[in-house]
Design a protein around this ligand. Sequence first.
Ligand code: TYD
Length: 214
Amino acid sequence: MNRGIFISFEGIDGAGKSSHVQAVADAFTHANRQVVQTREPGGTPLAEKLRDMVLHDAMDPLCEALLMFAARRDHVQQVIEPALARGDVVVCDRFTDATFAYQGAGRGFDLKVLSQLEQWVQALPSGGVRQPDLTLWFALDPAMAAERLSKARVPDRFEAQPAAFFAKVHQGYTDRQQADPKRFARIDASAPLDAVRSQVMQVLHERLYLQDPP
Ligand code: TYD
């Protein structure tokens, strides 16, 4: 049986990661792997309800952080762990790094509290804490991301934040990468779409998740 693989996608709003999530899922399907494509906050009926609240209703940063982790708990238990146990590939648009970047660095919420929640919510029965095997971080200058976002649809509570907020979120991702450099692959998201796609596929081949040449 194949070993399960857990891949998360991260980056500030406007970095363009979402367009690559489908391509990665398709590449694994093409390689005859079972793929579970999902997202956070969300991925289960309960977590999707929590997503709607957290993206649109006013609340304080503690409430926001708790709802992110509540959604994550349901998602990890109902979807991610069963998929990995079956040997599937989990392709997840955002995971806990987003909470450290947005609620931690962006909102200024206590990182120690977030670490404690991370340990509870992602605890493995065998001990240890579930983390992605690979995190594709779509890194983009916050000013460029803001420019891209201004052309997009009606903003949610996060997308509506000023550039200074995204500069902090970007720093939050940088800090997470420095704390766990092996897990992260930094993708230069300022490049044209095709070049970004090539970087992503290159990483999947380098890590031997995909065998065919890119
Ligand atoms: P996003 O992936 O940008 O969804 P969409 O492309 O549909 O807008 O995620 C939604 C927002 O949620 C995004 O602005 C980041 C935010 N978020 C957090 O603040 N903390 C978290 O833990 C997660 C998972 C997301």
